[in-house]
Write a protein that binds this ligand. Structure first.
Ligand code: HEM
Length: 377
């Protein structure tokens, strides 16, 4: 409230009010293009080099962004038939059931390692069409890559070497899969991507690889954190855990409110002004870096009544948890479904769960917020 546009020395312009963030996310004068970005001393929040591939559409502006997103979307969520995501509902529930069965009768379980972490990567494998027998290999490559995105672990030279090797192996593996799908298309997203022939033309092999890796990276830790932040919040608000156990449909409202109250993506640090702009009387000069603090916008008292209260019964379940505008989360329907299924199954299956440690240990990451472990007994 006091400083909706915060700027110090050479740092970025930090925007924290709901309405300003929403407006800037729709403003064509703000670029997401990696090539237009200037270093401003906030490099600890930049993504490390993840793949050696060209930038994916999350780091491109129109028209390239729009073309690639439209092609990807024609497989992910076409308007004219039930989406690939809808048809995966039963499969998602089975994956979660199998993971929870894996807890056995352990007295103490870690919701992160046992369920929230392995779930999204298995889902992406099924979505892309990675054969079941290759899933363990695929997961083994993804683990060090995701660890390499974590500022806590990415500093060690050994972990960087392992992540680098895993990126190479994953890239070669996906390339092989792409070649197979060109020759022999199947009913999976990779086949759709390589064989797309709509008004936007086809993706090149490189674009397909970049898009596959984007889905994997953008949809992994974010979803892990939504499920884990969700379970933590429910354990702190046991009345909702109890209601969810009796009424799984409540998961729809719970997940929306979680995306406001405990958003996995706290801030977007990758935006640049391509011309001078004015926000609340402050002139932000061309070339400046802008951080949009989604988590602050989500608790803006100008926009939400009683913003610090977790209340899935709010009439208006709006939030900035998936961003907004042209880059708003591509995977939102999948992320919502994954979290709804995981949270309602965890609520149903865990008997009188109790937090072992409150607060649990967190990953020290300013962009992605979520516990490293969530032990319950
Ligand atoms: C974009 C959040 C899950 C794929 C975004 C953005 C946010 C976000 C805030 C906007 C980024 C920006 O404006 O720069 C989340 C959260 C998730 C989640 C909180 C889970 C709870 C997923 C999943 C996938 C995915 C499961 C894929 C399967 C993407 C992609 C973009 C994106 C491809 C880029 C969209 C574009 O540039 O047009 N996500 N995401 N996300 N997300 Fe998600």
């Amino acid at each position: 409230r006091r400083t909706p546009v915060l700027h110090e020395a050479d740092g970025p312009y930090v925007i924290s009010s709901y309405y300003d963030i929403e407006a800037l996310l729709h403003d064509p004068r703000i670029s997401s293009d990696a090539a237009k970005m200037t270093a401003t001393g906030d490099d600890e929040l930049s993504e490390p080099e993840t793949t050696g591939l060209p930038p994916s559409f999350i780091r491109l502006d129109p028209p390239e962004h729009d073309r690639l997103r439209r092609i990807a979307n024609s497989s992910f969520g076409p308007p004219h038939r039930p989406t690939r995501i809808d048809s995966m509902r039963g499969e998602l529930a089975q994956i979660v059931t199998d993971l929870i069965d894996g807890f056995g009768d352990a007295r103490q379980i870690d919701v992160v390692d046992g369920c929230a972490y392995p779930f999204p990567v298995t889902v992406i494998c099924r979505l892309l069409g990675v054969p079941r027998e290759d899933e363990p290999r695929f997961r083994a490559w993804v683990d060090p890559i995701v660890a390499g995105l974590d500022p806590d672990t990415r500093t060690s030279a050994e972990s960087e070497r392992v992540a680098q090797e895993a990126r190479l192996q994953l890239g070669m593996y996906l390339n092989g899969l792409v070649e197979q799908r060109v020759k022999e298309p199947r009913d999976d997203m990779l086949s759709d991507l390589v064989n797309s022939r709509g008004p936007d033309g086809a993706m090149t092999t490189m674009e397909v690889l970049t898009t596959a890796v984007l889905l994997l990276i953008a949809g992994h830790e974010t979803t892990v954190n939504l499920i884990t932040n969700g379970m933590l919040t429910l354990l702190r608000h046991p009345e909702y855990l109890q209601r969810l156990r009796q009424d799984p449909i409540l998961s729809v409202k719970i997940v929306e409110e979680l995306l406001r109250y405990e958003p996995p993506v706290q801030l977007l640090p990758q935006r640049t002004c391509i011309t001078d702009i004015e926000v609340r009387g402050v002139t932000i000069p061309k070339g400046s870096r802008i951080w949009l603090v989604l988590a602050a916008g989500n608790r803006d008292p100008e926009r939400f009544k009683d913003p610090d209260r977790f209340d899935p019964d709010r009439e208006d379940l709006q939030h900035l948890g998936f961003g907004s505008g042209i880059h708003s989360c591509f995977g939102a329907p999948l992320a919502r479904l994954e979290a709804q299924i995981a949270l309602s199954e965890l609520a149903r299956r865990l008997e009188n769960p109790r937090l072992v440690e409150d607060p649990p240990p967190y990953r020290p990451n300013a962009v992605l917020r979520g516990p490293r472990h969530l032990n319950v007994d």
